[in-house]
Design a protein around this ligand. Sequence first.
Ligand code: 3PG
Ligand code: MG
Length: 400
Amino acid sequence: MNNLRNINVRGKRVLVRCDLNGPFGPDGKVEDDFRIRKSIPTLEYLRNNGAKIIIISHLGRPKGKDLTFSLRPVAKRLWELFQGNVKFVNDTIGRGVEKEIKAMKEGEVIVLENLRFYDEEKENDDKFSKSLARLADIFVQDGFGVCHRAHASMVGVTKYLPSYPGMLLEDELRVLSNSLITPDRPLVSIIGGAKVSTKTRVVERLLDKSDYLLLGGKIANSLLVAKGICIKDSLSQDEENLMEVVKGINLTSPKLHLPIDGMMGLANFEEEYSRVGAVGTLRREEGIYDIGPETIEKYKAILSEAKTIIWNGPLGLFEKPPFDKGTIEIAKMIGQINSKVFSVVGGGETVELIQKLGIENQFDHISTGGGAMLDFMAGKELPGIVALEESSKKKNNDED
Ligand code: 3PG
Ligand code: MG
């Protein structure tokens, strides 16, 4: 891929695609600035080298122009982190925006309005991509968290501008691929969270790459059903043809570790109820909402041997105590052994919990990618990355 450090950006208009998407309150206030902070190194580099910086991002999933999804509060947070020199412009493309950019001086930063106020963004519309490209001389892709989306600001725009990866993107790709392809072993992977159909590919690939794969959350429940250990009713109504969905996963692999006990709750949560029990004792009216104490101990013992750990997704329904215990204990344990292990963690919910526990600095790499990290680990092509590679190839051919 092209290298941003090899070009002179002074006085150039640089369009930077960041992923500044994150939770925000009803008043639009930024509730978590993790991704905003992670975007700073590239922006700082460009500012120190005299570029005119034009930031584009999406926020949430608005339907049309809905100002509750405005990037204005995000621009304000950036202004604080940058100590001034950040201006918000309330549109994304067009004459007004171009006029603002024309007036920019070296080192100045503007943040444009939410890309998704235009449906054309998600449609990877060619005209919209061109309108974005008109704003700048150079494009920098730093939105790793959106690289699994084939949108205009991820793909289309790279056809019309010389395109470079930003520092966050480079860092994510380097760390994630090193930990998967050339890790210090044993490599222990942990996958939790959503239902199995969204995670089969990543489970298959991690079973291949890891020395141990530990599962929790809904995905573990589905595999317990598939193995005939748990009754089907309460656990996997959402997997209609479960056996078909899991057919690529080697259910008898010695590397695959499923919960042996769980924290059971009532499937409808009508009353407060919880019970620790072996997974095989699950009753019809119950669901497994967290890994149980024996599983926690077993997983900890495996993790204590690890040299590399990759983790994505909570191990239980962590927003609803007491079903948060497994995720919290595993997070704390990984934090405690940080000095002797290389730890990589990602996924919005997992990162949120780690921040809440105040142990963010006890992990070696916290990925800004949720879906993007999973797709990368599953070995899928990320459209945002493919577009950058193609743009680099084109540039090099043009130069030959
Ligand atoms: C994310 O939060 O996963 C990214 O910002 C992508 O957002 P999306 O899932 O709405 O495309
Ligand atoms: Mg470490």
